[in-house]
Design a protein around this ligand. Structure first.
Ligand SMILES: *Cc1c(COP(=O)(O)O)cnc(C)c1O
Length: 223
């Protein structure tokens, strides 16, 4: 059995230079994160604020923490001080809440807009149309303390590669429309977060810049 370090190295070797690995460490102990850290991994993804808040103080300070789970507004205050990027912004209400908290502590918080393209109802996010309309309506103009750095999405959990690819294309199309429109003069708008253990190769072919990989690195999660 390859260990965590070897698995990370094997994955990183296959990634194009411009694609960054988010090691999704949710439900795994700090010892596992430290193994990943020891081979150079610096970006970790967590999906629960409580868990992130516990791991943050015990991990080295140069770790970049990404929040990837569904975020409730009542958890935003706890998250804002140490999060580097929130991938999962799925409502205007949440955007406004993050903006308020960021402003309160005099920060600018990096976020991605989560798009719902999968067939499953359980997944969160803006529809592509709602996302484009929201940006076109100028909602972001008022939110000076959030920096929208790109988009995020999850494909349907299926073996049908064509279906997965079509969903990634839909995410990338929204990114491209925003990049050439509202964000045309915003170089920080550059991230396309898509691809997990089972579909990251397809995601990269479709333009991903951030792959979020958990089980292929750390093994199965014990919920
Ligand atoms: C858990 C999770 C992942 C990682 O999934 P794996 O299949 O374990 O690689 C990626 N993205 C999100 C949003 C997740 O919640």
């Amino acid at each position: 059995m390859p260990n965590i370090g070897d698995k990370i190295k094997a994955i990183v070797e296959t990634l194009p230079q411009e694609v960054k690995l988010v090691a999704v460490s949710k439900f795994h102990p700090v010892e596992s994160l430290l193994e990943a850290y020891s081979v150079g991994q610096r970006i970790f993804g967590e999906s629960r604020v409580q868990e992130l808040a516990q791991k943050y103080p015990v991990m080295p300070s140069d770790v970049e923490w990404h929040f990837i789970g569904h975020l409730q507004t009542n958890k935003v205050r706890q998250l804002v001080p140490f999060v580097n990027l929130i991938h999962s912004v799925d409502s205007v209400k949440l955007l406004a809440c993050i903006n308020n908290e960021a402003k309160r502590v005099d920060k600018v918080v990096n976020v991605l807009l989560q798009l719902h393209v999968a067939q499953e109802e359980t997944k969160f996010g803006f529809t592509c149309d709602d996302c484009l309309a929201m940006v076109a309506d100028g909602v972001l103009d008022e939110l000076q303390n959030v920096r929208v750095c790109g988009v995020m999405g999850m494909a349907t959990n299926t073996d049908d590669d064509d279906a997965v690819r079509a969903e990634f294309k839909a995410i990338k199309a929204v990114f491209d429309a925003l990049k050439s429109g509202y964000f045309a003069d915003k170089p920080y708008f550059k991230e396309v977060s898509m691809g997990m253990s089972d579909d990251y190769q397809v995601a990269i072919e479709e333009g991903s810049t951030l792959v979020r990989i958990g089980s292929s690195i750390f093994g199965a999660r014990a919920y």
